[in-house]
Structure formats: C-alpha cells, structure tokens
Design a protein around this ligand. Structure first.
Ligand SMILES: [Zn+2]
Length: 112
C-alpha cells in the first residue's frame, strides 16, 4: 500500500518550514522539512495548516492548495510594507496616519 504524502512548499522560508514541521509533529503527524518544504505522511492536512497560521498569528500568510498532495504556503505582501495605510471600514488606501484619521471622520466616527 502506497503511503500518501503531502508536500507543503514554504517558498524559500526555511524558518516557517521548521516551525510547521514541529507543529505537525506535535499533532502526531510524521513530518519532516527539507529546506523550505515540509513533507507529511498524510493527506487532507489543509485544516491543520490553517490552524497553524491562526495559532501562530500569521494572518499575512496564505495557503494555496495546488492539488491534493501539494500546498503552497506564502506570505502576501502587506500594505504596511509599502508605507501605505488602508481604512479598515472601506479599504481605501492612504499614505499617512493624518489622512487616514481625516478619512475615518468621513465615515462619521469621532475620534476622542
Ligand atoms: Zn473608509
């Protein structure tokens, strides 16, 4: 019987791969990382991957399922890295804190 495995490609991020390996091991999976790829001897690990990101507060990372045996875990470039801010209510992008505060007032929110 062929053992099903899943590859999680962390796109060059060895550090997160190692953390993910340990996280999966703690869940009782047989996981090992090879550079930035984590190999698990199990399929349907998608939910565990989402939990890993949630529990380690990695909201800027995204998991993409390529097929049933291959996942891609990569970091989305957050808007903050581009020195821009965005309004949490409408998503409008502004270049500084003052503009953002003025913009928020337009939503009718008083800032005390
Ligand atoms: Zn807004």
């Amino acid at each position: 019987m062929k053992t099903q495995t899943t590859n999680i490609d962390c796109v060059g991020d060895d550090k997160i791969a190692l953390e993910l390996e340990n996280y999966l091991k703690n869940l009782g999976f047989d996981a090992k990382s090879e550079e930035s790829t984590v190999i698990v001897d199990k399929t349907n690990v998608g939910e565990s991957l989402y939990l890993f990101l949630k529990e380690t507060n990695r909201s800027q990372y995204k998991i993409r399922k390529l097929d049933s045996e291959n996942f891609l875990l990569s970091k989305e470039v957050p808007i903050e890295d581009l020195d821009l801010l965005s309004c949490e209510m409408c998503g409008f992008v502004l270049s500084n804190e003052t503009e953002l505060m003025n913009h928020r007032r337009a939503h009718g929110i008083g800032i005390i």
